[in-house]
Design a protein around this ligand. Sequence first.
Ligand SMILES: [Zn+2]
Length: 345
Amino acid sequence: MKALHVTGCYYFPNSSQHQYCTAQVNNEQVQLLNQNNDLIHSASTIDCILESPIPGVAAQLSFCNGGRFIPDDVDFRWPFGNKVYSISERLEKNKLLILLSVVVAPLLLWLILYRGIPAIAVYSVNVASPAVVESMGEQSLAVIEKIALEPTQLSIDQQADLQSKWAQMLTALELDNTKFRLSFYQSDYLAANAFALPHGRVVVTDELVTLLADKPDALRAILLHEIGHVEHHHGVRLSAQAVASTVVLAVIFGDLEGITEVVLGSGSSFLQQAFSRDMEREADNYAIEKLVKLGYSNHDFADAIEALQQSLEEQHAELEDNWLKYLSTHPSSQERIEHARQYKP
Ligand SMILES: [Zn+2]
């Protein structure tokens, strides 16, 4: 190895004290010499620790004793540096590659998140066993119960009446009545609302029942919309998508501890996630088609959305975040109402 000199600063171990000096590399030895050529420190190159070089940053050399030497010249590179490091540094300096990665990285991320993961999610519907979906759904309900639901205030008679209409509807549609279950809860948080869990439990708030008390067929339309979400496996797809996205993002951004939290906490995240607009349209179409098939009218669905929209406007003063979110993720109510009214079997 050829003798080599570089000037720089030596920082003494565990101290802010430093000294200007020259580093000399010779026969796999690094020697630090002061202005009078006195030896300050010497070490074998094998014992020196070299961090991966960053373009524009001086290549610091650390010694076993805790001391370190920083060259003045930011472009100086040690002759015994790791070959792999120098390749990665050359790549980091290549402007075309930098430009390319700026374009390609987001594109790749987009492809993975918006094409790859939904595809995996669709696939997961076929591999997820009913038992897994059932326990996932019941766990989600337990979490949501704690956060947002109170016991129902509906009278026993009112509940029995709605349950028998529900059972009749399931029979007419040849749907499994052990899978599709209807539950009532009072909820200040969700207000007039309904949601379906992936395993087939449909939750309706007292507020929604009250809102549609004189429009039983509109309530039926909402229930059919929720059954549509289950029949199209939207919940399973959404959960699989959420878990897969988190895993991908955690791997890319290096937060592996966050994964377990998301996998375990999928119940609470269910409340924060909204079905995509396409999923909502699918569920809308399911509801409208089944209404007509059962001898009711496509206008019942439009009436339901209209009533919800109206109650929203009345509550406008106390409009909360969750409603704003509900509106921004659901296809616009007007669009849904018109779509339902124009339906031709
Ligand atoms: Zn929906």
